[in-house]
Structures are given as C-alpha cells and as structure tokens.
Design a protein around this ligand. Structure first.
Ligand SMILES: [Zn+2]
Length: 240
C-alpha cells in the first residue's frame, strides 16, 4: 500500500546532503533554507521569540511596547538605521524597556543581491553605528530585508561577526489579510522555539500587526508560553 509519507524520506535525505554544501533547500512555511542561518531557537520549554521588522515607527512601535509590557513579554526589533535616526526617542524607548535591537540595514534595500560587497557592508555598518549611538546596543544580530540572501551575502555578513536570523512563520501572508487571520496562523503553528516575524514600520497598515500582536500574546500566554528575545543567539552566547 502506498502512502503519502513514503515520498518524504528522499527529501529528508536530500536536505541533509544539501545543507552542508550551503545549497538552499525548500522547506514548508519557511521557503529556501540556508545552512548557518537561524530559523528557530532550540528549546524544549514553551518559549516563543516575537520579532518586529522595519521600525521604529512613531505610532505602532509604542503601541506594541505597551502590549508587550502588559504581558511581561520581551521581543527583538530589527530596525532600519535611517528610521532610528528619524525616531531616536522610539529606538531608545525600545531599548530602555528591555527589548533587543537587531540590524536590518540602514536604508532597507529591496534586494541585497543587487548590492556590491562594499554597498552591503556600508548598509550594515551604518545601521550598527546608529544602533550604538542612539540605543546603546551592539547586538550583532542581522536580518536581511525580505529575507533575501545568497551564499555571498551570508559569507560577508558572517565574516563581520553577525548571526543571521530569519523566522519560522511570518504574519504577513496573502492567505491572512485580517489581524485575526494573521494571529491564527501563528497560534496554530506555535511550538517551543518558534521565531515569529511581525512588522512595526514602513507602511501604514501595520496597525494590523499591532492587533495581531495582542491576539498572539494573549492566546499563547494562556497556553503557558513565555516571550523571549534572541539574546541567546548573540555571538559568544551559549545556546538555550
Ligand atoms: Zn524589512
């Protein structure tokens, strides 16, 4: 009798063959996976890492901070350097309230693959300088805009001492146009160590992420989940 499961095994074998070679491999909910890039935390206990990209934003970021405080939740904000320059008080506030800030480039280029190595390094360095000067943080966590990578980018970023972090699930998806649907996607997929991608800036409809954040944190807190930063992924830190 043939079952659907049968066809999975060659794929798993292929995955283990390809990952050490650095060849990207397609996995569900994630897309192309690269070796040496973090997609989730290794954890047995009920912890989830919420991450917010593209801020700081003068309205949405403070709203998210208030929700997180209400549930004693901590999160990681991958900020754009030029936005930190524009809204330094918000970036400072994120840091002061115990959250981690990560590097999301200085200008958020649409596709890092089109940049020269020199331009890529400038994007990273400028963002890091803003982060240090404004928020007093030096986290060496990097997330590429739109998750776009290739082997050359990975090597340049890692050679600079950064840990590259993507995510296990993103709330922004065509199949989830409402905040309720965005939250449900995450809640249904929740498992220990899950890294969730939300957004707090760059467009005007991030109010949806604010509402979704509340629903996610409310529901998963009730299920006994804790919300942690990506602190343990900082270079030099021991795994969880
Ligand atoms: Zn982004």
């Amino acid at each position: 009798m043939k079952s659907g499961k049968k066809s999975i095994f060659p794929k798993i074998i292929l995955l283990f063959m390809l990952l050490p070679l650095g060849i990207p491999f397609l996995i569900p909910e994630i897309g192309l996976a690269y070796s040496g890039v973090t997609y989730q935390l290794i954890a047995k206990e009920k912890i989830v890492a919420l991450t917010f990209d593209d801020g700081p934003h003068p309205i949405y970021t403070p709203q998210i901070l208030d929700i997180l405080d209400q549930y004693q939740a901590k999160a990681t904000f991958f900020m754009i350097g030029s936005r930190m320059e524009e809204y330094p008080d918000i970036a400072k506030e994120v840091s002061a309230r115990g959250h981690l800030i990560g590097n999301h480039t200085y200008t958020h280029p649409d596709n890092l693959r089109t940049l020269s190595p020199k331009e890529l390094k400038w994007e990273i360095d400028q963002c890091q300088l803003s982060m240090q000067r404004i928020a007093g943080q030096n986290t060496y966590l990097f997330r590429p805009p739109r998750g776009i990578l290739n082997q050359e980018i990975i090597k340049i970023v890692q050679d600079k001492g950064y840990t590259i972090v993507l995510w296990g699930i993103c709330t922004f998806n065509r199949s989830a146009p409402t905040p309720e649907m965005m939250a449900t996607r995450v809640i249904n997929y929740a498992h220990p160590g899950l890294i969730v991608l939300l957004h707090d800036g760059r467009t005007d409809f991030r109010w949806k992420d604010v509402v979704a954040t509340r629903l996610i944190v409310e529901n998963l807190s009730r299920q006994g989940y804790r919300f942690v930063t990506l602190e343990e992924l900082k270079p030099g830190n021991k795994p969880h």
